[in-house]
Design a protein around this ligand. Structure first.
Ligand code: C2E
Ligand code: MG
Ligand code: MG
Length: 659
C-alpha cells in the first residue's frame, strides 16, 4: 500500500498505521500520494481502527480536498464510503453534538442497545445510560469535545472510558467508549464515539479475580483475600475507634482420619460440606453480631469466611456487639460440624466423624496488626485442640504458655546433638525386693542446666515428631546398657522401654527395632516394650498389626500396656492384642485409700490373671500400699518405696550390692 505514497509521507503513514492498529483512536493526517501517471496528489487520510476477532485491522478513508472535479460528488462518495464503513463495523458508532444529541448511529447500535438506529437519531445520549451513571460521567464526556486526541494524555484523559450503559429493556451493560477528535460541522462541534460491549471481558476479569482470591475446592475466600480483608477491617477499626471484631481460627478434628480411611475424594467432599455448614451458620448468626454495628455502611468487608488451607478455616466477625457473641457463633459452628454426614452415593458416609476446635482472638484487644492477631487466634486454637469440639478465647496466660512452649521446642531440637539427654533406670522388683528389671526413663538437662520433667517435654517431642530421633536414641542406649548388664553377672535382668504412639504408627517401626537388636547384640527375651493404653487406643488396628509383627519376628520380646486403667480400652480389644503384662497406673496406687481406687486395682489384677497376663503396680510409695497389693496377689512392683529412677552407674552399683 505504501507504494501509492510519496516517499516522504511513507514514514508518517507507517507510524499512524501502527498507532491505529495498537490503539483504539482514529488517526488523521495529510499526505502526498502518487497517481497512476506519477503525479503528486494531496490527500486527507483518516485511519479508523476496527477490531474484528483477534486480528487488528484499520479502515482508511481518503479525500482529495484540492480535486478539481465535482465537489458535491466527491462529498457524496466520501459520505457513502463512511456509511458503508460504519455499517461493516460490528461495534456501535455514534455521533453526538455538544448538547449530547445523537446525530448519527450505525445499525450495530441495535445489537448492544436494542434500539434500531432510527429510534436513536435526534434523541439525547442519556437514554443509553442509567441516569445515575450518566449524571456522574457527563462532565467527563464533555471534555472529549474540547481536548484533542493528541492532548488527552497531558489532560489525563483516557483514550477510552469504561462505563455502564442501559439497553432498551433497562438492562445494564458494561461498555467501553472510544472517542475521536471533535470536528466542526456546519457550525456545531461533532464527536464520534465507538461503543463496545465488554460484558464478556468483564466476566472473564471477574472470573480471574475470583480465581486469584478464592479456594478452588470450596470457593471460599483464600488466604490472600483474608489478608486483604483483615487489613481493610483493621484500618476501619483504627478510624472508628468503637468498632469491634473477632478472628476465629478453626481446625477440623478427625479430618485426617477421614482422608486416610475413606480417601481424598471423600475428604474433599467433607471439606465442601463443612464449608457449606460454616457459611450457613454465619448467615444465621448474622443478627447476633450485625446489631450494634458502628461501621459506616459499605465499609465492612462482605467476605467473612476463608479457607486457610488443609482443614483450617478462618472467620472474621466484623460487627461484634459484645465479645461473648463470638462464643455464640462458635458454639453454633461446633454443633453444625459435629452433625452426622450424609454424602449421597457414599456408603460409609455415616462413619465420617469430624469436629472442630476454635481459637478466638478479639479485635482490637488481642492484636491490632494482622500478624499478632493471627498468632493470638492460633495460640487459642492450639489450646482448644487439646480437647476437641470446643472454643477457647485467647488470654495473656495462654500466650505465656505458648512462648514457653516455643522455647522448650527450640531447646529440645538441639538436645540430642548437645548430649543433654540421659537415660535413668527405675528398678522393678518382686515381692522379696529382688530387682528383676528396670524401666528406662528419659531425662533432659537443658542449656540452663535445669532438669525438664518428661511430662513437659515428651508431649512436645511427640507433637513435633522429635520423638522419632529421640526414641531411636533411647532404644539403642537402653539396649547397649542392657547387654552390658546381661554380660556382667545379671543375665536375667530385663529393661522396659517406653514407646510413644508416634513411634508405634511409624511404618518402619518393626524394622528399626530389629536393627537395634541386631546391632547391639542384645537378647530380645530381656527386652520389654511399654505402650500406654491411650496411645494403643489411638489407632488400635495399626497398633495391633505392629505388635503382632514384633511378636512374630521375636517371640521373646514382651509387651506391656502402660498406665493401664486410664485409657478406656475395651476388654474385647485387650484380649485381642498380643500383650504380656499390664502396668497399673500409679494414680490408682497412690490413691488406694480414696474412692473406688482399691476396687479398680483389684479388678485390674483379676483381669490380668484371667487373661494370663502379668501385672506390675507402678508408683508404690508406702509399705501399706505394698502390703495391700501383695495381698491382692500382685507380685511385681515399681515405685519410690523400693527405688527412685537412677542413672546407669548407680543402677550398676545397686545391682552389685544386692548380689
Ligand atoms: P511412665 O512410663 O508411666 O513412667 C513411670 C513414671 O512414674 C516415671 O516418671 C517415674 O519416675 C514415676 N514414678 C515411679 N515410681 C513412682 C512413685 O512411687 N511415685 C511417683 N510420684 N512417681 C513415680 P517420669 O520419669 O517423670 O516419666 C514420666 C512419663 O514420661 C513416663 O511415664 C513415660 O510415659 C514418659 N517417658 C519417660 N521416658 C520416656 C521415653 O524414653 N520414651 C517415651 N515415649 N516416653 C517416656
Ligand atoms: Mg512406662
Ligand atoms: Mg506408667
Amino acid at each position: 500500500m505504501v507504494d501509492f505514497f510519496e516517499p516522504s509521507s511513507r514514514e508518517e503513514l507507517g507510524r499512524r498505521l501502527k498507532a491505529a492498529c495498537i490503539g483504539t483512536v482514529p488517526q488523521s493526517m495529510s499526505l502526498q500520494a502518487v497517481d497512476r501517471d506519477g503525479r503528486l496528489v494531496a490527500l486527507e487520510l483518516r485511519l479508523v481502527p476496527h477490531r474484528r476477532g483477534r486480528q487488528p485491522s484499520v479502515f482508511g478513508l481518503a479525500a482529495n480536498p484540492g480535486a478539481t472535479g465535482n465537489a458535491v460528488e466527491e462529498l457524496e462518495i466520501l459520505r457513502d464510503s463512511y456509511t458503508t464503513l460504519s455499517e461493516t463495523m460490528s461495534d456501535p458508532i455514534l455521533q453526538i453534538n455538544e448538547n449530547f444529541r445523537i446525530l448519527f448511529a450505525n445499525t450495530a447500535v441495535q445489537n448492544v442497545f436494542g434500539y434500531p438506529r432510527e429510534e436513536l437519531v435526534g434523541k439525547d445520549l442519556s437514554m443509553l445510560f442509567p441516569p445515575s451513571v450518566y449524571e456522574r460521567y457527563s462532565g467527563l464526556l464533555r471534555k472529549y469535545f474540547i481536548v484533542d486526541v493528541a492532548d488527552r494524555k497531558a489532560s489525563r484523559l483516557e483514550h477510552s472510558l469504561e462505563m455502564l450503559g442501559q439497553n432498551k429493556n433497562r438492562e445494564v451493560v458494561p461498555l467501553e467508549l472510544t472517542f475521536g477528535n471533535s470536528k466542526s460541522h456546519r457550525g456545531e462541534r461533532v464527536l464520534t464515539c465507538i461503543v463496545r460491549d465488554i460484558t464478556q471481558r468483564k466476566m472473564a476479569e471477574r472470573r480471574l479475580r475470583f480465581l486469584a482470591y478464592h479456594d478452588k475446592l470450596t470457593e471460599l475466600g483464600n488466604r490472600d483475600l483474608f489478608y486483604v480483608t483483615l487489613g481493610q477491617f483493621l484500618q476501619s477499626v483504627k478510624r472508628y475507634h468503637d468498632s469491634q471484631g473477632a478472628l476465629l481460627f478453626l481446625d477440623l478434628d478427625g479430618f485426617k482420619k477421614v482422608n486416610d480411611t475413606l480417601g481424598h475424594a471423600i475428604g474433599d467432599r467433607v471439606l465442601c460440606e463443612c464449608a457449606r455448614r460454616l457459611s450457613s451458620c454465619l448467615r444465621e448468626s448474622d443478627q447476633v453480631y450485625r446489631f450494634g454495628s458502628e461501621l459506616e455502611p459499605g465499609t465492612a468487608p462482605q467476605e467473612d469466611l476463608f479457607r486457610f488451607g488443609g482443614d483450617e478455616f478462618v472467620i472474621l466477625l466484623t460487627r461484634l456487639a459484645r465479645p461473648t457473641d463470638a462464643a455464640v457463633v462458635s458454639q453454633k459452628i461446633i454443633e453444625a460440624i459435629r452433625r452426622p454426614f450424609h454424602l449421597p452415593g457414599v456408603e460409609d458416609s455415616s462413619k465420617v466423624a469430624v469436629g472442630v476446635s476454635i481459637g478466638i482472638a478479639l479485635i482490637p484487644e488481642d492484636g491490632t496488626d494482622p500478624m499478632s492477631l493471627i498468632r493470638s487466634a492460633d495460640v487459642a486454637m492450639y489450646k482448644a485442640k487439646e480437647q476437641h469440639n470446643r472454643y477457647v478465647y485467647f488470654t495473656a496466660e495462654l500466650n505465656e504458655k505458648a512462648r514457653e512452649r516455643v522455647t522448650l521446642e527450640s531447646g529440645l531440637r538441639g538436645a540430642l546433638d548437645k548430649r543433654q539427654l540421659d537415660l535413668y533406670y527405675q528398678p522393678i522388683v518382686n515381692g522379696f525386693g529382688h530387682i528383676e528389671g528396670a524401666e528406662a526413663l528419659l531425662r533432659w538437662r537443658n542449656s540452663s542446666g535445669e532438669q525438664v520433667p518428661p511430662s513437659h517435654f515428651i508431649p512436645v517431642a511427640e507433637d513435633t515428631g522429635l520423638i522419632l530421633p529421640i526414641g531411636d536414641w533411647v532404644l539403642e542406649r537402653a539396649c547397649r546398657d542392657l547387654r552390658s548388664w546381661n554380660e556382667n553377672g545379671h543375665a536375667e535382668l530385663y529393661i522396659s522401654v517406653n514407646l510413644s504412639s508416634r513411634q508405634m504408627v511409624r511404618e518402619d517401626m518393626v524394622h528399626r527395632l530389629l536393627e537395634v537388636i541386631r546391632d547391639t547384640g542384645v537378647n530380645p527375651s530381656n527386652l520389654k516394650i511399654e505402650i500406654t493404653e491411650t496411645s494403643l487406643m489411638h489407632d488400635p488396628q495399626a497398633a495391633r498389626r505392629q505388635l503382632e509383627e514384633i511378636k512374630t519376628r521375636h517371640p521373646g520380646i514382651r509387651i506391656a500396656i502402660d498406665d493401664f486403667g486410664t485409657g478406656y480400652s475395651s476388654l474385647a480389644y485387650l484380649s485381642d492384642f498380643p500383650v504380656d503384662l499390664l502396668k497399673i497406673d500409679r494414680r490408682f496406687v497412690i490413691n488406694l485409700d480414696k474412692g473406688q481406687n482399691a476396687r479398680i486395682v483389684n479388678s485390674i489384677i483379676a483381669l490380668a490373671r484371667n487373661l494370663k497376663m502379668d501385672v506390675v503396680a507402678e508408683g508404690v510409695e508406702t509399705v501399706d500400699q505394698f502390703r495391700y497389693l501383695s495381698a491382692q496377689d500382685c507380685r511385681t512392683f515399681q515405685g519410690f518405696y523400693f527405688a527412685k529412677p537412677m542413672n546407669s552407674v548407680e543402677l550398676s552399683g545397686l545391682l552389685a550390692s544386692k548380689k
